[in-house]
Design a protein around this ligand. Structure first.
Ligand code: DUC
Ligand code: ZN
Ligand code: ZN
Length: 494
């Protein structure tokens, strides 16, 4: 038997195991057909030279082709960048603008966006962002979308006038999602605290990029995280709190998990690797000492935190199991563009409130955690796989993805053998359409050598980089399998 692709002489890592290097992986028609110690023959064969083999990454929090980021990545550049960073599946958002009543139209619009330039380099699905829920949407339109489009997750916000829901609206969404088996992702920051601080800063004319981080203090995330956990507890429904950056907020999640309440947590590279110092005009990591606006490159929400101890606490919560998924929150904006980060310079004065929010990171997410987590032995290889792929597959119902096993899609990342490469990252090395990376100058000790999407080598770092075509498929998803049956619903909510 000749397989389409055979991968051998590498160390296969799953979320639970590290297999011996004697395993041969045989892939046919895009699916892993066998894993055996018997040597296999393939039309194409890859000798991994003893390096790690991990499941293709799943980046379950990505913003592409959004109206609020006209200089950001679209599906073309964003998915290419994903592939070059070892990610084979992405879950971007389809966003309901407040005035748009028809969410089916919203999803159709995002299908068009995904196919605008001929499709995606990697597989993809959509989460839906709901900014104005109503009874008909939740009980009639949404069940149809789940059935037809396989969209089994919804993101909602506790902040931003454009998106935020009241607690009452949130409860209605949670109840509907419980009945439908949909996972709710929540952006948890207290909107009134942020508005209040903004007013104080405004009065004092404190508008430099750094004040963005002052305007969104830890306590805003802590309070809102605690509150949404309480709301989820009331309905007994799974939620994922996205992009967590605070130790105390993580403590709330850990306590809830200990009490067997289905609360999940997401964190992102920026909350492990960058402090609020990057927002200051004097930051030594900025490229141009004469440009006092460079802090704008690091504006994201929740903001980068001041204290290294907060970042260390996120690492601790990765190792103790509180963190469920590690996503990029790739929400980029070009720096040097009047519609990009520089929209925050008005009449020559920086105004942090007008600076588009978000960082690029779809391509650097996996290499960062591999180099500074696995290779430094700060986390185990299995934890790396769990956070970058397996848990996202389970949480978001990607039943063919998330591990290396017979019957699963042949989505695979092959690394270099240890100590083979060592380089300083520059933005020119990346495939996104953004003019900077927050990780410029960091020393990387590894990078995906090959990315394989359903059995096809789509990225070969030493031979032309991204070589795949736009063969990414739209993925209809299933209900989350991360948690077993819920308790019986309280009769007053039936
Ligand atoms: N929330 C996100 O999820 N991404 C970018 C900005 C934000 O507030
Ligand atoms: Zn958010
Ligand atoms: Zn986001």
């Amino acid at each position: 038997m000749i397989y389409d692709l055979v991968i051998y002489n590498g160390v296969v890592v799953t979320a639970s195991d590290i297999l011996p290097p004697s395993i041969y992986i045989g892939i046919n028609n895009g699916v892993i057909e066998t894993m055996t110690t018997q040597p296999l023959k393939g039309k194409k064969e890859i000798d991994c030279e003893g390096a790690y083999i991990t499941p293709g990454g799943i980046d379950s929090h990505v913003h592409l082709d959004q109206d609020n980021a006209p200089t950001g990545d679209d599906f073309d550049s964003g998915s290419k960048s994903a592939i070059a960073g070892g990610t084979t599946t992405i879950l971007p958002f389809a966003i309901q603008p407040k005035k748009e009543k028809n969410i089916t139209a919203v999803v159709q619009d995002y299908h068009k966006r995904a196919n605008k330039k001929g499709g995606s380099y990697c597989d993809y699905g959509f989460h839906l962002i709901i900014s104005e829920p109503n009874e008909e949407m939740l009980t009639e339109e949404f069940p149809e979308i789940i059935a037809q489009e396989g969209i089994t997750s919804v993101k909602v916000y506790t902040t931003y006038p454009r998106y935020k829901l009241t607690d009452n609206q949130l409860l209605n969404v949670l109840l509907a999602n419980r009945k439908l088996g949909v996972t709710t992702m929540i952006h948890a920051e207290n909107s009134d605290i942020i508005d209040f601080i903004n007013e104080q800063l405004q009065k004092k004319n404190l508008t430099d990029p750094f004040y963005h981080s002052i305007s969104r203090p830890l306590v805003a995330e802590e309070e809102a995280s605690y509150r949404v956990i309480a709301l989820a507890k009331l309905i007994d429904v799974p939620i994922l709190i996205v992009h967590m950056s605070s130790k105390t907020a993580m403590d709330h999640v850990r306590k809830a998990q200990t009490d067997n309440i289905p609360i999940y947590s997401e964190t992102c590279p920026q909350y492990l690797f960058l402090t609020a110092d990057y927002l200051k005009p004097s930051c030594i990591h900025h490229l141009d000492p004469h440009d006092h606006f460079e802090g704008a490159k690091y504006i994201c929400s929740p903001p980068l935190r001041q204290e290294q101890s907060e970042l260390d606490a996120i690492w601790d919560n990765i190792n103790n199991g509180t963190v469920t998924v590690f996503s990029s929150d790739h929400a980029p904006t070009t720096y040097d563009d009047p519609e990009g980060k520089k929209a925050g310079i008005i009449n020559g004065i920086p105004h942090y409130k007008s600076i588009p929010n978000g960082l690029p990171g779809i391509e650097t997410r996996i290499p960062l955690l591999f180099c500074f987590g696995v290779e430094t032995q700060r986390i185990s290889p299995q934890k790396f796989v769990e956070l970058t792929s397996t848990n996202a597959a389970k949480l978001y119902g990607l039943t063919n993805k998330g591990t290396i096993g017979v019957g699963f899609d042949g989505d695979i990342t092959i690394w270099y053998p240890k100590n083979r490469i060592n380089f300083k990252l520059t933005n020119a090395m990346l495939n996104h359409s953004i003019d900077y990376t927050p990780y410029e100058g960091m020393q990387f000790t590894n990078w995906p050598r090959y990315t394989i999407l359903r059995g096809e080598v789509v990225y070969d770092r030493d031979n032309s980089g991204v070589i795949g075509s736009k063969s990414g498929q739209y993925l209809k998803r299933h209900a989350s399998s991360l948690r077993g049956p819920l308790h019986d619903i309280n009769s007053i909510f039936k």
